[in-house]
Design a protein around this ligand. Sequence first.
Ligand code: NAP
Ligand code: GDD
Length: 342
Amino acid sequence: MKKALITGITGQDGSFLTEFLLDKGYQVHGIVRRASTFNTDRIRHLYHDPHDPETRLFLHYGDVTDASGLRHVLEKVQPDEIYNLAAQSHVRVSFDQSEYTADVVATGALRVLEALRHHVHESGRAVRYYQAGSSEMFGAAPPPQSEGTAFYPRSPYAVAKVAAHWYGVNYREAYGLFVANGILFNHESERRGETFVTRKITRSLGRIKLGLMDKFYLGNLESRRDWGYAGDYVEAMWLMLQQEAAGDYVVATGEAHSVKEFLELAAEYAGVDWTKCVGTDPRYFRPTEVDSLCGDSSRARAKLGWKPKVSFPELVRKMVDCDMELARRERTLLAAGHAVHI
Ligand code: NAP
Ligand code: GDD
């Protein structure tokens, strides 16, 4: 049975990747940050009592800012594949927490690579490594962006991701490690964090439709993103680690839409007049914006045989359907006198 170790297992992608790998028959180990509240909601449906002999999902406390802890987990788990998904992944927040973001995103990746190098050296085992790179690395470079496009990062988050990317390339070349850099364009889902723009829109529209709130505020509606479905994108991560040789791949739909187009489509499907309930708040603008991302994923399509399955309208509908249901549950709880945070 193959073993995978995932940092960032409690995030959107971590949860989809865990489902995907369990379905493939893997034993999956995840690194979870210690928090004062439960942060495992997204993988709760996959988790069983570790005493159950059938269980194939195991969680370990750890943090990519803690190098010795990472080494211990690697020694204990002896993984065949490592997926480094851990990140402070919010671009706007990275302007407020630049040093922290660099520590987690850039130096965090370096710490995982160092732990991997040490483990491979000590054990002689072959271990493959996936780095969660981002289309934000292209930043101001005009679309379409492909593996050959020069990076022009526009935020502390993006600069840190560029560093993590190059650490990966360097460790591949210097130590012969199997390191694959995925350069993934935006991917969303019903499990997307609620402060990213797509989910903020669908969550708010659901609540407005059911009378739980009147108005919400956004920033720049003109920026364009290449939005895919997260469930499709984790397959590409896995495929990158099944190749004979390690490489770097752009993963994208090749179709871009503005934030406004996402909002219009979601509002139309939800049956809400968005012009009456969306305001503008300057705090959601970024000091430097990434205006337009649209990926050319020809290489991934040709070499990995990967292609996206969920279309843009389907993605919007999935997210709106989910958030309508969540709003209905919130309304029921409120009616029963429970406190609901909105
Ligand atoms: P996400 O939902 O924000 O999840 C991030 C994960 O990283 C969470 O499990 C989080 O733990 C964990 N984490 C944060 N700081 C950590 C630390 N110091 N040590 C260990 N774990 C830590 O992000 P996502 O959307 O799933 O994205 C996964 C990865 O792909 C990220 O690296 C992101 O930057 C990258 N990426 C995402 C997209 C996209 O569109 N989604 C596109 C390109 C690249 P908690 O749950 O405890 O917060
Ligand atoms: N979050 C947010 N909130 N974004 C807003 C808002 C708002 O209220 N209003 C407008 N936007 C605009 C942002 O300025 C940006 O141009 C666009 O919506 C998308 O913002 P996000 O959803 O926060 O995503 P992102 O593109 O900045 O970053 C995501 O995708 C990257 C891949 O390109 C994150 O998942 C990153 O971790 C990921 O690397």
